[in-house]
Design a protein around this ligand. Structure first.
Ligand code: EZ4
Ligand code: CO
Length: 412
């Protein structure tokens, strides 16, 4: 079998997505997700200008070799653009191999290790009352684990709160957390870590009082604290038994997590902006985290993330793959096949895509009683309707950023 075409498809049904479609001389096609929120077109150029020409004529079955060729052969290694591009090729090739074998991809990865994937959704509210409504509505949709994000008194707009969303063209759609807003510049938000640290424990106390001890609760701190602040928050949340505290520090400095670990038993999750195993090297070896947050889409595909997770497994660290709406249905499907197959699956983040997105991407996954399953179609189980995709051209959209009261740019 030979690759005869590779097309990069950009579409913006509810948000921007970049998809690589590889076609073989036997007529088998494979899809890979290359969406990099707010920097989409740089991956498009990387693929179109530098990768697609290398794919034509190649044997699609040689996945490991193609991965090593694209990673080592470029000379310039790692980085989100490179690793998203490699991921797209990798997933498209796995899709092709599984279709050629007539099996759902998880069978080629070792078969199912479980019957379904526990998934968590995003509840949020400016006030506790709004937050409780949001938690209840998630429970009604079947969620059995819930991320809790809250407004902070004194701050106008804050990460992860649904009511901030002013997405043009998406009016009336409750995106509990779709932070990228259409427009030429990122929106500016405000931030105050001391106010946040005072408020958040009171919210978790109220949530536990209302919903009881059983419900798994998660929280995303979005890289905003120093190590000592993160240690303090982890400690103050211990009575509320979090499933995890995510991205408590920026974590480019892996050593920072040592200090957090010394002070708290709140489980830690990190890695949605990491892109290779090297970003995790110390975190895993020293057991400084409990969950690996990488998505297949941003970490070099199935081939590389599987290696990261197998390394993590030796240290009892589990998966917690990133699954916001900027992971396309193709990236979500890849995550579900990998999550079903590995032994050390922890939890899968799952936000629901918009209606138009689901028309562009036909999907075979199921969502039953709080558990995801990728379905049993050969391949990853997603097809792209190119005509439908063509109706929604790329629209500039950016993640927001924030400034402190004195105007200093802070971590987002
Ligand atoms: O900020 O998806 O856990 N989820 C997150 C996300 C990320 C965006 C980045 O593209 O933190 O909301
Ligand atoms: Co996050």
């Amino acid at each position: 079998m030979k690759i005869v075409a590779a097309d990069v498809i950009v579409t913006s049904p509810n948000r921007n997505f970049v998809t690589l479609k590889i076609t073989t001389d036997e007529g088998i096609t494979g899809l890979g997700d290359a969406t990099l929120n707010g920097r989409e077109l740089s991956v498009v150029a990387y693929l179109r200008e530098h990768v697609v020409p290398l794919l034509i004529g190649a044997d699609p079955h040689r996945i490991e070799d193609m991965w090593q060729f694209l990673y080592r052969g470029a000379y310039w290694r790692r980085g989100p653009v490179t690793m998203a591009a490699i991921a797209a090729v990798d997933v498209a090739l796995w899709d092709i191999k599984a279709k050629a074998a007539g099996m759902p991809l998880y069978q080629l990865l070792g078969g199912a290790s479980r019957t379904g994937l526990l998934a968590y959704g995003h509840a949020s509210g400016k006030t506790n009352e709004e937050l409780f409504d949001s938690i209840r509505s998630h429970q009604e949709q079947g969620y059995r684990a819930i991320r809790v994000q809250t407004g902070v008194p004194g701050l106008k707009s804050i990460y992860g709160i649904a009511s901030n969303a002013t997405l043009e063209g998406n009016e009336g759609v409750r995106y509990d957390h779709e932070p990228a807003q259409r427009g030429a510049r990122p929106a500016q938000e405000d931030w105050d870590t001391r106010a946040y640290l005072r408020h958040v424990p009171t919210v978790f106390e109220a949530v536990r009082n209302e919903f009881g001890p059983e419900l798994p609760l998660l929280h995303d701190a979005h890289h905003r604290m120093t190590p000592i602040q993160a240690a303090k928050l982890g400690k103050s949340l211990e009575p509320y038994d979090l499933f995890w505290l995510e991205d408590c520090t920026p974590a480019e400095n892996q050593e920072a997590l040592r200090l957090v670990r010394q002070h708290t038993t709140t489980p830690l999750a990190i890695g949605e902006i990491f892109n290779t195993v090297w970003d995790y090297q110390q975190l895993i070896r020293e057991q400084l985290i409990d969950y690996v947050r990488s998505a297949v889409t941003h970490t070099g595909g199935i081939t590389h993330l599987k290696k990261v997770l197998e390394y993590a497994a030796q240290y009892q660290i589990k998966s917690g793959m990133h699954g916001p709406t900027d992971i396309s249905p193709v990236g979500m499907a890849a995550a579900m096949h990998l999550g079903l197959a590995i032994h050390n699956f922890g939890i899968q983040e799952y936000m629901q895509h918009g209606e138009r997105t689901n028309e562009v991407f036909q999907q075979s996954f199921t969502w039953t009683d709080g558990y995801l399953h990728p379905g049993d179609q050969p391949g990853i189980g997603v097809e792209l309707d190119v005509d439908e995709a063509g109706k929604y051209p790329y629209e500039q959209a950016y993640l927001p950023y924030n400034r402190l009261a004195d105007g200093t740019v802070h971590d987002w």
